[in-house]
Ligand binder design. Structure first.
Ligand SMILES: C[S@@+](CC[C@H](N)C(=O)[O-])C[C@H]1O[C@@H](n2cnc3c(N)ncnc32)[C@H](O)[C@@H]1O
Length: 211
């Protein structure tokens, strides 16, 4: 699994975010959302490896990500980024912001993995999950998703937001999405302004207060 570096601008568009509130970014990887946004805690199991190894991993993620995009441009829409080079520049800048913040504010980056998070119940307003749940449904089954989302609902006092809801690479729908939703509190498939992977136009919003 690549450790990718999405920017706060990408997070705002993927999750159609409003200003204010506290956030858990799980899985944050090399994202600069925490570096660019007040009151964000970033979580990723890769943070156990420390700054130097994380720096190598994030830089390798940029190269591998650019290579994969170049090989499969037809799988993506370019209206949001504008061009291949604009996307690459945004990711490079996000990676640099992330690495600088990881070095200067390490306490904002917590090494942990779903489905077990080391946080008290209702400790943030909103939990965000970008490009892990559903994206990797070929690796994590429905039962694992239910445990992971239940854990995010425990930690978030207002909402859990998840994007995207399709398989990585193919962009095909995840077969168990509807059945999984029937095991959760009322949830909404809400359109988002972000455009990139074909078929990925909605986030899942789940109200923690109904949990
Ligand atoms: C594709 S990256 C997404 C990073 C970031 N959210 C972004 O949008 O750029 C997926 C991340 O999931 C992390 N990951 C893998 N298994 C995880 C788990 N069980 N719980 C939390 N994060 C996990 C990986 O270490 C990796 O950094």
């Amino acid at each position: 699994m690549l450790v990718t570096s999405r920017s706060a601008a990408e997070y705002r568009a993927m999750f159609d975010l409003y200003p204010g509130g506290s956030f858990l970014d799980c899985c944050a990887g090399g994202s600069s959302f925490a570096a660019e946004t007040p009151d964000v805690i970033a979580v990723d199991p890769a943070y156990t490896m420390g700054y130097a190894a994380m720096s190598r991993l994030v830089r390798a993620g940029l190269v591998d990500g650019d290579r994969m995009i170049a090989a499969h441009q037809d799988r993506f829409e370019w209206s949001w980024y504008g061009s291949v080079s604009a996307r690459a520049a945004m990711r490079l800048s996000a990676a640099e912001l992330f690495l600088a913040d990881l070095r200067s504010r390490p306490s904002h980056y917590i090494a942990a993995a779903l489905p077990d998070l080391p946080f008290a119940s209702s400790s943030v307003d909103v939990a965000l999950c970008s490009h892990l749940l559903f994206t990797w449904a070929n690796r994590f089954d429905e039962q694992w998703h239910l445990r992971a989302i239940t854990e995010l609902l425990r930690v978030a006092r207002r909402e859990v937001r998840i994007f995207p809801l399709v398989h990585q690479a193919t962009g095909s729908p995840v077969a168990f999405l509807d059945h999984l939703r029937s095991s959760l509190p009322p949830s909404e498939l809400r359109p988002v302004p972000y455009r990139f992977q074909r078929g990925a136009h909605h986030m899942l919003v789940i109200d923690s207060q109904l949990w």
